[in-house]
Design a protein around this ligand. Structure first.
Ligand code: CTP
Ligand code: MG
Length: 592
């Protein structure tokens, strides 16, 4: 009966029952015969991450006055006590998390959910395949013979080439900017829907309806795997990882899980990863073209606002910029009684008059901007007004980058991976580049021995006041050149550990990633335990200065699952694959 109530809450139709049914005596008065519920196809989860939504919900069948008379069912005391619940029967073998029931394709014409492009059809990469295939193939989720042409074409462009020009995604960027402001996106959820369920249930998320059989099968597989894990003792590391991955659907994020060691030959991949890192760094030519664009922008702006100061922020100034990063500019100026939006609209006119291309004011975003591009250089540029928090955090990131070169190496590889795997898209509910860099910093702050210090917890040698908030930290980073020297981990080891950490060790239900404290803090402490407006707080990343801003607020129940599965995939590829430097960066195949 609880499921009926839930179905009604969810807008679905509870199945009609005979009025004479003894268990329905709690309905007062007995409901009038209702029109037969239209048959709706049950929601189906086509693993992994492909929720095929049922057709739009039928209108509620109960009239409001009937609903008021529903009281919770109680078990009649004349019934004998219910038999204890039996655990699901254990399966024959321990599966791996990569072995999932074969997905069945969505029925033709079935409606798709938000992000459906991502979930629809077969996914590539390790999702839905066994560790063996992770270990021995460098390709996608299908065997070579099955792989369609489009996927094969994607594969050609893999890994060692940098991502395609950002300019090609200009439309998406607009959406990103808007989505950061949350003027679009899925806002229909309730606070309750946005809670992460207890660990054992969270993976089924809000899409549990209609999925029970499949989930039960998975749960029983997981249970058996757990039994094998706990019973065995003396497993080889790879077996431990498989066991851990199996447990992940039940107990991801639990701290204190036994440490898994990475493969002994992991360092053989360091030269390849470093070569990729070098190839991603912007060339001198790239930098000088960027400078030209900024100079011509400054010239245009100064005509209208002679006292405006132009600051570069984001990756073009914090040293995390790749050869495909955009140019982020902040104009610091007195705007008097005018609103930021009015100034931006005026700025857009000025830039159009000066023949900049594709000038567009995006005023509904959290941080309103003017976007434009330069057809000569192909750069795109975002301009905001008086967003000095961004200027402050740009300096903070730049200073962290100077302490240990492994931060830049790690962040470049992670950003590259995130772009290629389609998880660097805030308008789709995944994370910004800035959020990934903060995760890299926090991860290196948490290594043992530590690779990065917590600059905001040290003596304050730099202070910038932004709207009454002190952005202060220790910026004499030349004194910290050897801070991480005791830690000898290579970039290959760190990259594996990074993905393993976010896949298995971080407690998403409880913790907030906090570079400000060099640690994690609890959601409770931040009061980020429930959804507030558009801030879902499922995955929490505290902005180091604007501490009320959660950079993970865009993450929803589907995308937190996508993110965690991508972290798992990446860790498994690095652990098992013969050629991980290729497979890791294989572009996510949206088409199949
Ligand atoms: N920023 C911010 N708060 C956010 C998102 C971004 O303050 N919620 C600021 C940060 O200063 C960040 C900059 O905007 O460095 C640009 O953000 P983003 O585009 O995510 O990162 P980039 O480092 O510029 O990455 P990319 O190379 O992908 O352009
Ligand atoms: Mg940028």
């Amino acid at each position: 009966m609880a499921s009926d109530a839930r179905a009604a809450e969810d807008g679905g139709a509870p199945p009609p029952r005979p009025v004479a049914d003894g268990f329905l005596r709690f309905l007062i008065p007995a409901p009038k015969p209702r029109p037969a519920a239209p048959t709706t196809a049950p929601a189906r989860l086509v693993p992994p991450h492909r929720l095929v939504a049922p057709p739009p919900a039928a209108p509620a069948l109960l009239r409001p006055e009937e609903r008021l008379h529903i009281v919770p069912p109680t078990r009649p005391d004349w019934l004998p006590p219910p038999p204890p619940r039996q655990p699901p029967a254990p399966p024959l073998r321990s599966p791996s998390p990569w072995v999932r029931p074969r997905p069945f394709p969505p029925a033709f014409g079935e409606p798709r959910t938000r992000n459906a492009g991502r979930f629809a059809g077969q996914v590539n990469g390790a999702r839905g395949r066994s560790p063996a295939s992770v270990a021995h193939s460098s390709g996608g989720g299908r065997s070579g013979s099955q792989k369609p042409k489009a996927a094969a074409a994607h594969k050609e462009k893999k890994a060692w080439v940098a991502v395609e020009k950002k300019g090609e995604d200009a439309g998406d960027d607009d959406r990103a900017a808007v989505s950061e402001g949350y003027s679009c996106g899925d806002e229909t959820g309730t606070e309750a829907e946005d809670q992460l369920e207890p660990e054992g249930e969270q993976d089924t998320g809000g899409h549990r309806r209609g999925l029970d059989r499949e989930d039960d099968a998975k749960n029983s597989l997981d249970m058996a795997a757990n039994q094998e894990c706990s019973g065995g003792g003396g497993e080889r590391p790879s077996e431990q990882l498989v066991c851990q991955s199996n447990q992940a659907t039940h107990s991801r994020g639990r701290m204190g899980r036994s440490q898994v060691e990475c493969r002994p030959d992991i360092d053989t991949f360091t030269p390849g990863l470093l070569a990729l890192y070098e190839s991603l760094k912007p060339s001198e030519e790239h930098k000088s073209k960027q400078k030209q664009l900024v100079d011509s922008l400054a010239k245009s702006v100064s005509k209208e606002w002679p006292n405006a100061q132009l600051h570069l922020y984001g990756s073009c100034a914090n040293s995390f910029g790749t050869s495909h990063s955009d140019v982020d500019v902040c104009l610091e100026m007195e705007i008097g009684t005018a609103s930021t939006v009015e100034v931006l609209l005026r700025l857009a006119d000025v830039l159009r008059a000066d023949n900049f291309d594709n000038v567009e004011a995006i005023t509904s975003a959290r941080v309103p901007i003017v976007k434009m591009s330069d057809s000569g250089s192909g750069f795109s540029c975002d301009i905001c007004i008086n967003n000095l928090f961004a200027v402050a955090n740009t300096k903070l990131l730049k200073d962290y980058a100077q302490i240990d070169q492994r931060l830049l190496q790690l962040a470049f590889l992670v950003k590259h991976w995130a772009k290629l795997r389609g998880v660097n898209e805030t308008y789709r509910g995944t994370l910004s580049s800035y959020a990934y860099v903060l995760m890299c910093i926090n991860f290196l702050q948490l290594r043992e021995p530590k690779i990065l210090p917590c600059l905001q917890a040290m003596e304050q040698t730099y202070t910038m006041n932004v709207d009454g908030t002190e952005c202060a930290y220790f910026d004499e980073v030349h004194q910290l050149q050897y801070f991480g020297a005791e830690n000898k981990e290579s970039i290959a080891e760190l990259l594996w550990a990074f993905f393993h950490f976010w896949a298995f060790h971080h407690d998403y239900r409880r913790d907030v990633i906090s570079v400000r404290t060099g640690s994690t803090i609890s959601k409770q402490e931040k009061n980020w335990t429930t959804r507030v407006g558009n801030d879902r707080h499922l995955m929490c990343i505290e902005d180091p200065f604007e501490t009320g801003h959660d950079l993970g607020r865009v993450v929803d129940r589907q995308t937190i699952r996508i993110l965690r599965e991508e972290f798992e995939r990446a860790a498994a590829v690095l652990q098992y694959n013969d050629d991980p430097c290729v497979a890791l960066f294989e572009p996510y195949d949206y088409e199949n």
